[in-house]
Structure formats: structure tokens, C-alpha cells
Design a binder for this molecule. Structure first.
Ligand code: FES
Ligand SMILES: [Fe+2]
Length: 376
């Protein structure tokens, strides 16, 4: 989706795409799950998915099911969906509201929303049993600008350290106060890395996205984060157009207090390993990516607007939503074609162009996280 030409070049000469096994091998996929998706911060969407005390959602992370809930004191918490008795899944429904407790459906062990075990029928007969020894296994939760993140590591790197470059960066965009107008779920038959690589360059925009290329020249803009876990920059909206919408006109009020220079820009950031954040003058779009298999990724895309846009029928948020739903599908399709090609025995790593420097950086971030000094 995005493009960045005038990058501060970070030495990508000679860079080639990853070998086939990175897109097909179950062993690499398992390594990624172990070293990336159970160690890094993962965006699970907006705070208001669990707005009231007791509200919960289930989030699948690979083979793990995580319960994310709002406790009675208003704190967001997360737990493995695993009973401390015999391990049974506590919760089946993907979303709902707990009364004041979580009760296992098997033998009715009962937990408070802060994770404490508060009821375990007949367990007092077990020698040496103490409820205090069996709280739910917790998962770290962090909130940033209205987004919730979880981290399955036992001792996660603090969020503010892991994403230092994000902190305070988008204050002008008023992110905490924006509202989701729509979320669309996509089931894409492509490896998650192909989708990140795709987002990180606009070399493909001319051939794949003629309508997008008309609104933002594929070689416009500049990168401002060129290495590390967050990469991206901006592209310029052509004169005569105001936003990325079907009509080319704004589809709502400005999301925040934006300076003039932001009024003809779209900012794109890839946030390793599962979030893509795209900031337009009148709406913000974000994707979360959930790898399900080497060749399969579930994607959620949401569009955020200023409440004044959503409360005023004169605005038409659909104009932006439709534009990116169309563009998303173009991306998913080409990534699925790419997956089919890299699965071939004929595929060999090919040379990256200078216009794909952020895709190169992404691959490097993957290899670093896997502890592969070079592709294996
Ligand atoms: S497995 Fe949960 S109460 Fe027995
Ligand atoms: Fe694209």
C-alpha cells in the first residue's frame, strides 16, 4: 500500500527477498510463533471493545486463546483461557460480559475478574491446597492512544521502550477520542510477512492500485522512520483531492488539530509484528494481522473517525471505507498470488529495488527476532 522513495537509504544494496521456507515451512512458522508472536506486543484493537466492567473478548494468538476483559475497577486485563484445575477452556463465546466472576464449565472453579481463584468446590479436601496458588495465568496488557496491546511473554519488554518512536508521535491526530465506524475481517491465503512487505512499499501501486496511484503519486512522500520495529512515513495527496476516498473529497471533519502540512498527507506506519497504522486528515485506518498458518493470515481492518463525523449525516464515512476496502482486496489478491508463486520449486530470492527499502528493513527485523544472522 504505501510507498516511500526519498528514504534515508539504510544500505539495502544487494538485498534479496527471503527464501521459500520462510513462507511455507511449518518449522519457521513455529519459530515465528515462539520468538515473535509470543514475545512481542500485539495490537488487539480499541479500548472500547471492552468498554464496561465485565466486558470481554477472546483473542486467538496462534494456538492460544486469550481472554481480554475489563475488571470491576475499570482496568483492562488479559488471561490465558485455561482453567487452573484441569486446563479446560473457560470461555467459548468470542465476546460477552461476565457477571462478576469467570466460572469454568467443567467443575465450576470460579475466578474473580482480577484473576484470583475464589471458588473451588471440594478442593479444600486436597492436601495442602490453597486457592492463592492458582490464579489465572495472566498476560500483559498495555494501552496506547486508545489501542490495546497484549504481550504473552513472561517478562515483556516495556511497551514504551519497545515502541519508543511511537510515544507522543501522533498526538495531533487525537487518536484516543476517535471512534470505530467499521471493522472488516479478511481471511487471506498468504504468509503474514508478504502482507507486511506489501504495506511497506508503493512500487506496486501503479500496477495494483490505479485509483490509489491517481490520488497519491506512487513516488511522492518521504520516510521518517526507516529501521527498527516501527517504519514508515508519508505520501502526498495530489492537488485537487483531499483524502483517500472514492470521490477524492474529505469524508469527515479533521480527526484532530492538524497543521496545514498534514492536510495533503497520508502517513503509513508498519508496527512490528501485527499492526499497520494509516493516518489520513479525516480518518485513521488500522489493520491487525493474525498468522494462522504459513500460508494463511486473518486480518482485521478498522476505520476510525472523529465523533463529529459520525454524528453528522452530512458526512459520508463510507467514501473512505469503500476506498480502502477496495484497495485492501487488491493487496490481498496480489499477496495471495505472491504466496502461490513463492511456494513454487522454481522460486528463488529476487533483488529488492530501492523503492522497497522498508520491506528490506522488515525482513531484517524478522531475521533479527528469529536470531537468524542471515536467512537459513
Ligand atoms: S477443569 Fe476447570 S474446574 Fe475442572
Ligand atoms: Fe498496496
Amino acid at each position: 500500500m504505501t510507498q516511500f522513495l526519498k528514504t534515508t537509504q539504510v544500505g539495502i544494496d544487494g538485498a534479496r527477498t527471503l527464501p521459500r521456507r520462510y513462507y511455507v515451512a511449518p518449522e519457521i512458522f513455529a519459530e515465528e510463533s515462539d520468538r515473535i508472536f509470543t514475545r512481542r506486543w500485539l495490537c488487539v484493537g480499541r479500548e472500547d471493545r471492552i468498554a464496561a466492567p465485565g466486558d470481554y473478548i477472546l483473542q486467538q494468538v496462534g494456538n492460544e486463546s486469550i481472554i481480554l476483559l475489563r475488571d470491576q475497577g475499570g482496568t483492562a486485563r488479559a488471561y490465558y483461557n485455561v482453567c487452573r484445575h484441569r486446563g479446560t477452556r473457560l470461555c467459548e463465546e468470542h465476546t460477552g460480559r461476565f457477571s462478576e466472576t469467570i466460572q469454568c464449565p467443567y467443575h465450576a472453579w470460579t475466578y474473580a475478574l482480577d484473576g484470583r481463584l475464589i471458588g473451588a468446590p471440594s478442593a479444600s479436601e486436597i492436601e495442602g491446597f490453597s486457592k492463592a496458588d492458582y490464579p489465572l495465568h495472566s498476560v500483559a496488557v498495555e494501552s496506547w492512544e486508545g489501542f490495546l496491546f497484549i504481550n504473552l511473554a513472561e517478562d515483556p519488554e516495556p511497551f514504551a521502550l519497545a515502541y519508543e518512536s511511537l510515544i507522543g508521535r501522533f498526538e495531533r491526530f487525537n487518536l484516543p477520542n476517535l471512534t470505530v465506524a467499521r471493522t472488516i475481517e479478511y481471511d487471506v491465503k498468504a504468509n503474514w510477512k508478504l502482507l507486511f512487505q506489501n504495506y511497506s512499499e508503493c512500487y506496486h501501486c501503479g500496477p495494483v492500485h490505479p485509483p490509489l496511484a491517481k490520488l497519491t503519486p506512487p513516488t511522492s512522500g518521504e520516510n521518517d522512520l526507516v529501521s527498527g520495529p516501527v517504519t514508515g512515513g508519508f505520501m502526498v495527496i495530489n492537488q485537487g483531492h483531499q483524502s483517500l476516498t472514492m470521490s477524492g473529497r474529505s469524508c469527515g471533519v479533521m480527526v484532530g488539530d492538524l497543521p496545514d502540512e498534514d492536510l495533503n498527507r497520508v502517513y503509513y506506519y508498519a508496527i512490528f509484528p501485527n499492526m499497520l497504522l494509516s493516518l489520513h486528515p479525516d480518518y485513521v485506518m488500522f489493520h491487525t494481522l493474525w498468522p494462522e498458518a504459513p500460508g494463511r493470515t486473518r486480518i482485521f481492518c478498522s476505520w476510525l473517525f472523529h465523533p463529529d463525523t459520525l454524528n453528522n449525516p452530512a458526512h459520508n464515512p463510507e467514501d473512505g471505507i469503500e476506498f480502502w476496502d477496495m484497495t485492501n482486496r487488491q493487496d490481498w489478491h496480489i499477496c495471495e498470488q505472491s504466496q502461490l508463486g513463492v511456494q513454487s520449486r522454481a522460486y528463488q530470492p529476487g533483488p529488492y529495488s530501492k523503492r522497497e527499502s522498508l520491506s528490506v528493513q522488515f525482513d531484517r527485523e524478522v531475521l533479527k527476532a528469529l536470531g537468524h544472522g542471515r536467512p537459513v
